[in-house]
Write a new protein. Structure first.
Lengths: 577, 187
């Protein structure tokens, strides 16, 4: 059967089970969009290509299925770069298809030409340039396989116009994929797992430090089992939230720069750190030379490059986190030990930290709304719906992470590694497209939201009933906080003095707008928003200069953590500010 | 992390897919991570779908472990072998265009003979020489010829092959053990 490249492309997507795509057409990809009309593809037309990529990320993180975005050449393709980089940093399985000018004029500065394969070389896990129409099925197959296997990541396929318009014999979508240079390890090395089990069994002050790998590997049940067997207190990174039920008695809260005091103290005083699907990011380790000086480290990760990249590891285990944890749990079950009794002293110490340094804020009932209060109320009021949350980047994101309560993985979507402002809303849009009937909530900041808010109209067009709560302090809050703490309160370009009226904006885009101005408004308006059908924007007018604590200043050691109300020692920042 | 005195030159033999863009991928990876390649040579292997890159990278054990792992992370990289501590034969080739006044010609030819080189081109005032050998040998030739006046040199970069009967690659490549995995699990 001789078909055009576009038909082969669509048939390949069908073969891969891709029925939802986010995208934006244009000249070079026109032929593909023409053929799309004849296929049952649910295509969501976004208003900016960056949104298509973030939506694909949200789709993946919420559902576990690889997200797909389709854009045109040149500006369409270059607009995806932020999203691709975000997906690479946070290991999001997505495939982006970009149109390209015909091969005959590539390199000639043709209209809407950009060297996309070159541009995206370092922000994709892998990229392809299709040079023969008959190769399309294999390329599509490999693209999806590479994106979702091993350490997941973004893959880009560049489709020149003559390749998708040309004809070739279509012999069906390949069932198998074989890439000789790519064989991700799956099972952990048994000897290493035994060593790890021995270390765990003899630790006095162990801590489990889990990351996004737990979510990507769907290893939440295995992690929970590990915690239940060993009774080891557990903290998760920003990317790992949801990997352990936040109501679990051994849950310490998030760790890192804005993590809980107790979680960070555990990382300082532990004698055995069990790192699971995490990568020792600088937001977690603080000053590296002061990190983990007196403990052994077990590091389980599917990506060998993550191991020993930043810190020395005593027992490295390369493999799929789900499989390795299952192997490790089996090994640990053979050990007879009264786990709780041996850790009693450690529990006592942790309880003291938790008692003396809890997360806290004071909401004056007559005063302005504290963002922490609004966020905590939001989690409480919606808990029974088991919603999916996404966030933008900044203070609101850190508060949301601190007060997060959730019982299942894949309900927390945020931009960690790259810290992409404007991520939250498109990610929520994508998650909603994956689960049209589920409650999806974007907790956003006014600065973040304004970066991608044009796509409210997309939500209205496709009736994607995302609920957006904007923690509105009319500041770029996190930058302002740093300027207050480390730059002597010299506020430079952080005051968003003139704002759109978010309620009217929502209405102008065919959504419902609401506003909360007093603490008493918060609860009723949350209830009203989630019971209103269709997309809703809630403008939560917040206290302007609230700071996010605890905080470990960038470049400082973990022990230099500053809790609420503690002064910021000047000497800490002289070296690097 | 470690002392610069632990730095030494490593010879990596890297098998890659022989298609367009692969060299650029490797070069940009190395550049992005801040590693430095001393020299690099690339050519097709017996299997025309596979190319071999031989590269010299300077670094301590930690840097080299990262380089090997990062190379492995590329989908187009099939295998990475660090030959440094394995028995191997290493050679580079160098062309030297050297001033050859009549009075010096005999002396230059004698040097070429001692080092088993060849004269590949002659003009009334110069010789172009071809020397093959380990880097220490080519370096020695250069030093000996320095007094005559060297006009230009062209070096191939190092080529290396493991000693013994082990052959890389076999035609069916896929099941080969990954060098980095061995290190990562700490066998």
């Amino acid at each position: 059967m001789r078909l055009t490249g576009s038909e082969i492309f669509m048939k390949s997507l069908q073969g891969e089970g891709i029925h939802t795509a986010f995208g934006h057409p244009g000249g070079a990809i026109l032929h593909g969009y023409d053929v799309m009309l004849d296929y049952p593809m649910k295509h969501i037309l976004v208003r900016h290509e960056q949104v298509a990529v973030h939506a694909a990320e949200g789709f993946y993180k919420a559902s576990g299925k690889t997200g797909t975005a389709i854009v045109t050449s040149g500006p369409g393709a270059t607009n995806t770069v932020t999203g691709l980089t975000d997906a690479l940093m946070d290991s999001m399985a997505i495939v982006v298809f970009t149109g390209q000018v015909p091969t005959a004029v590539m390199g000639c500065d043709a209209f809407q030409e950009a060297d996309v394969v070159g541009t995206t070389r370092t922000c994709t896990k892998h990229n392809f340039l299709a040079l023969k129409t008959e190769e399309l099925p294999r390329i599509v197959k490999e693209a999806y396989y590479i994106a979702r296997s091993g350490r997941p990541g973004p893959v880009l396929v560049d489709l020149p116009k003559d390749i998708i318009m040309g004809r070739a014999e279509f012999k069906g979508y390949p069932e198998d994929v074989y890439i000789r240079g790519y064989n991700p390890s799956v099972n952990g090395h048994p000897g290493q797992i035994r060593k790890a089990a021995e270390l765990i069994a003899s630790a006095k002050r162990p801590v489990i430090y889990g990351g996004g790998g737990i979510i990507h590997a769907d290893a939440s049940p295995e992690l929970t089992e590990l915690v239940d067997i060993t009774q080891i207190p557990t903290t998760l990174t920003l990317m790992g939230l949801g990997g352990l039920d936040t109501s679990h008695p051994l849950w310490l809260g998030m760790l890192g720069m804005h993590g809980t005091y107790a979680a960070n103290m555990c990382m300082i005083h532990t004698d055995l750190m069990i790192a699971v699907g995490s990568r020792f990011d600088d937001r977690v380790t603080g000053k590296l030379s002061e990190f983990a000086k007196n403990c052994k480290i077990i590091h389980i990760d599917i990506d060998p490059t993550s191991i020993r990249k930043n810190v020395h590891v005593d027992v490295p285990i390369v493999g799929d986190v789900k499989r390795v944890l299952a192997q490790l749990n089996a090994e640990l079950r053979k050990i007879t030990r009264d786990w709780r009794k041996d850790l009693e002293e450690w529990y006592g110490q942790i309880a003291e930290w938790q008692r003396d340094h809890p997360l806290r804020y004071q909401q004056n009932p007559e005063g302005a709304i504290k963002p922490q209060f609004a966020i905590e109320q939001l989690f409480k009021a919606t808990e029974e719906h088991d919603p999916i949350f996404s966030t933008g980047v900044g203070q609101h994101q850190m508060w949301a992470a601190q007060y997060y309560r959730g019982h299942h993985p894949r309900r927390w979507i945020t931009s960690g590694g790259l810290g992409t402002m404007g991520f939250g809303f498109p990610a929520a849009l994508g998650a909603q497209a994956a689960f049209p009937d589920k409650l999806v909530i974007d907790i956003d900041g006014d600065g973040s939201f304004q970066m991608t808010m044009q796509d409210l109209i997309t939500c209205a067009q496709y009736n994607l009933p995302v609920k957006i709560f904007i923690m509105n302090n009319r500041y770029l809050g996190m930058v302002r906080q740093w300027q207050e703490l480390f730059y002597g309160r010299r506020y430079s370009q952080v005051d968003l003095e003139v704002h759109p009226d978010f309620v009217k904006l929502a209405e102008a885009c065919g959504c419902v707008g609401m506003r909360a101005e007093r603490p008493g408004d918060v609860k009723p308006i949350i209830e009203k928003a989630i019971s209103t059908p269709g997309p809703v924007v809630v403008d939560v007018v917040c206290e302007r200069e609230e700071n996010c604590f605890p905080m470990i200043p960038a470049g400082a050691a973990l022990k230099e953590i500053i809790d609420v109300g503690e002064p910021v020692p000047d000497k800490l920042f002289q070296g690097w500010r | 992390m470690t002392d610069p005195k632990d730095y030494r030159k490593h010879t990596l033999s890297v098998l890659v897919e022989n298609h367009q863009g692969v060299l650029a991928k490797i070069a940009s990876l190395i550049a992005a991570k801040g590693y430095n390649i001393d020299n690099l040579s690339v050519a097709e292997t017996l299997d025309p779908t596979v190319s071999r890159m031989t590269m010299s990278v300077r670094g301590d054990e930690w840097v080299i472990e990262q380089v090997v792992k990062q190379l492995h992370r590329l989908i187009d990289v099939i295998k990475v072998v660090d030959l440094t501590d394995e028995a191997h034969v290493g050679r580079e080739m160098i062309f030297i265009r050297v001033n050859a006044e009549p009075v010096n010609r005999a002396e230059i030819l004698r040097i070429v003979e001692i080092f088993r080189g060849r004269v590949v081109d002659v003009t009334p005032t110069s010789y172009t020489l071809e020397i093959t050998g380990e880097e220490s040998k080519t370096q020695a030739v250069l030093e000996l010829l320095q007094p005559f006046g060297i006009q230009e040199i062209v070096r191939s970069g190092k080529l290396a092959i493991a000693r013994g009967s082990k052959t890389v690659p076999k035609r069916e490549e896929g099941k080969l053990r990954l060098a980095s995995r061995k290190q990562a699990v700490g066998e």
